[in-house]
Write a protein that binds this ligand. Structure first.
Ligand SMILES: Cc1cc2nc3c(=O)[nH]c(=O)nc-3n(C[C@H](O)[C@H](O)[C@H](O)COP(=O)(O)OP(=O)(O)OC[C@H]3O[C@@H](n4cnc5c(N)ncnc54)[C@H](O)[C@@H]3O)c2cc1C
Length: 402
C-alpha cells in the first residue's frame, strides 16, 4: 500500500477512526480527536486536503446565527481558528471586521432584535443598530433601504485557502493522524465490530468511521451503509470587485442582506460578494458546479448596486461558482445513526461552524454527548418522517427547497 501523505508511525492500514473527507469538517474532527488522546486516526481524502467546498468558499465567519446551535458553533469556531494559529505559529487567517445582518422590514427587524438577546444568552456579544446610527457607522450602505441590522464586532472572515492550509498543516503534524490524499472511499462494509473501507489506495480497516464527505460526498457515503443523509449540493457563487473597497481596505464591516440573498466582505483591497439563487435545485451528480450563473448575477445586480452605490459598474476581478452543502433547515448534522458510523455535515456553514463541528464530533465520539447543542438542531432524527417540524436557521441563504 502506498505511504500516506503524513505517515510517520502508521505502518499498517488498521485505524481506530477513519475520517472520510479532508475538508474543513473532516480535518478539524481528526485534529480534535488527536487533542483528546491516543489512538490511530486516518483521514481519507479523494483529492487534496481542503480542495472541496472549503477552499472554494467565501470564508464568512459569524456567530450571529438564528438558532442556539448556530450561535454556539459560531462562537466556538472563532475561538478555534485563533487557537490554531497560535498552536502552529502562523497567522490564523481570521480578520474580525464586524458584521451587519440587515433586516429588510419591520417583521424581520423584530425577529432579528430577539436574536440579539438569544445570542447574548449563549455568550455572543452583539447589538441592534438603527438605520440612523448605521448611516454614521457604515456610510457605504444606503440604510434607507433597511429597517436596521444586528451587529457583532467579533465576526469576520477567514481567507479560505489559509484556513485550509492551517488545519491541513496541523493534521499533518499530528503524530496520531495519517492523512491520505487521492484515497477515494468507494465501499464501506461492516466487518464484525469494525468497518472495511475499499479505497483508491487499497483496503483500510477502522473501528469507527466519520462521514465528512461534504456537498459532494456526505450523502453518497451514507448510502453505502444504508443511511439517508439530507445534505445535498447546490450551486453557490461569489464575485470580487478588485478595486472597490466599501471603507478601509481589508477592514470595513461585512454585511448580509438575508432576504435579498447576498452577503459581502472585504477582499484584499476590494470587495467580495456571494449570492445564492433560490431557484437552484439539488444537484446529485458528482462534479463540482463550476459554471458561474451570469443571468442570476444580472438579475440581482440592481439590488446590491442600490444598497452599495460604490459597487455600481465596478469591474469584476474574479467570479466563480462551486457546490455548497445544504440541509432542509440550514442546520448541521452531527450524529451516529449506525453504531460506529458517524455523520458530520455543515448545512452550508462549514467555514463559520466547521472547527466547532469537528470539536463537537470529537466530543460525541469520546464522551457520547455534546454539551450546548440541542439534539433537535443537530441530530439526524429530526428529518425522520413524522418528526415534529423543528427550527430553521433563518440567518441563512435562500437555499433550494427541493
Ligand atoms: C462558493 C461558496 C461560498 C461559501 N461561503 C461560505 C462562507 O462564507 N461561510 C461558510 O461558513 N460557509 C461557506 N460555504 C460553505 C462551506 O464551504 C462548506 O459548508 C464547507 O466547506 C463544508 O466543509 P466540508 O468539510 O463538509 O466539505 P468539503 O470542503 O467539500 O470537504 C469534503 C471532502 O470530502 C471529500 N470526499 C467526498 N467524498 C469522498 C469519498 N468518497 N472519499 C474520500 N473523500 C471524499 C471531498 O473531496 C472533499 O475534499 C461556501 C461554499 C461555497 C461553495
Amino acid at each position: 500500500m502506498p505511504a500516506p501523505s503524513s505517515d510517520r508511525n502508521h505502518s499498517h492500514n488498521r485505524y481506530d477512526v477513519a475520517v472520510v473527507g479532508g475538508g474543513n469538517l473532516g480535518l478539524w474532527t481528526a485534529h480534535e480527536l488527536a487533542r483528546r488522546g491516543a489512538g490511530r486516526r486516518a483521514v481519507l481524502e479523494r483529492g487534496w486536503a481542503g480542495w472541496g467546498a472549503t477552499s472554494r468558499s467565501a470564508g464568512m465567519v459569524r456567530a450571529q446565527g438564528g438558532t442556539v446551535a448556530a450561535i454556539v458553533l459560531g462562537r466556538i469556531t472563532r475561538e478555534l481558528y485563533r487557537r490554531l494559529g497560535e498552536e502552529i505559529g502562523l497567522d490564523s487567517g481570521l480578520t474580525s471586521t464586524g458584521y451587519y445582518v440587515l433586516a429588510a422590514d419591520a417583521a424581520e427587524a423584530a425577529a432579528f432584535r430577539d436574536l440579539v438577546a438569544l445570542r447574548q444568552r449563549h455568550g455572543v456579544a452583539g447589538e441592534w443598530v438603527e438605520p440612523t446610527d448605521g448611516r454614521r457607522r457604515f456610510p457605504a450602505l444606503d440604510w434607507s433601504r433597511y429597517a436596521g441590522a444586528t451587529f457583532a464586532a467579533a465576526d469576520g472572515y477567514v481567507h479560505p485557502p489559509i484556513a485550509a492550509r492551517n488545519i491541513t498543516l496541523a493534521v499533518h503534524r499530528d503524530a496520531a493522524v495519517a492523512l491520505f490524499e487521492m484515497a477515494e472511499v468507494r465501499g464501506i462494509e461492516p466487518a464484525g465490530n469494525s468497518f472495511r473501507l475499499a479505497t483508491a489506495r487499497g483496503e483500510f480497516r477502522a473501528d469507527r468511521v466519520v462521514d465528512a464527505g461534504g456537498p459532494r460526498g456526505c450523502a453518497a457515503l451514507g448510502a453505502l451503509v444504508g443511511v439517508e443523509i439530507p445534505s445535498h449540493a447546490a450551486r453557490h457563487q461569489v464575485v470580487t470587485f478588485g478595486d472597490a473597497p466599501l471603507g478601509e481596505p481589508g477592514h470595513f464591516p461585512m454585511a448580509f442582506a438575508v432576504a435579498a440573498g447576498y452577503y459581502l466582505r472585504p477582499e484584499e483591497h476590494g470587495t467580495m460578494l456571494g449570492m445564492s439563487n433560490p431557484d437552484e435545485t439539488a444537484d446529485r451528480t458528482a462534479p463540482y458546479q463550476l459554471a458561474y450563473d451570469w443571468a442570476y448575477h444580472e438579475r440581482t445586480r440592481p439590488v446590491w448596486e442600490a444598497d452599495f452605490p460604490a459597487l455600481a459598474g465596478c469591474p469584476i476581478s474574479r467570479a466563480w461558482a462551486a457546490s455548497i452543502d445544504y440541509t432542509p433547515d440550514h442546520l448541521p448534522i452531527v450524529d451516529e445513526p449506525v453504531p460506529g458510523f458517524f455523520v458530520l455535515a455543515a448545512g452550508g456553514h462549514g467555514m463559520m461552524c466547521g472547527p466547532a463541528l469537528g470539536a463537537k464530533m470529537a466530543e460525541l465520539m469520546t464522551e457520547g454527548a455534546m454539551a450546548e447543542l440541542p439534539d433537535e438542531e443537530v441530530r439526524l432524527s429530526r428529518f425522520r418522517a413524522g418528526a415534529a417540524p423543528g427550527r430553521k436557521d433563518a440567518i441563512a441563504l435562500p437555499f433550494p427547497t427541493a
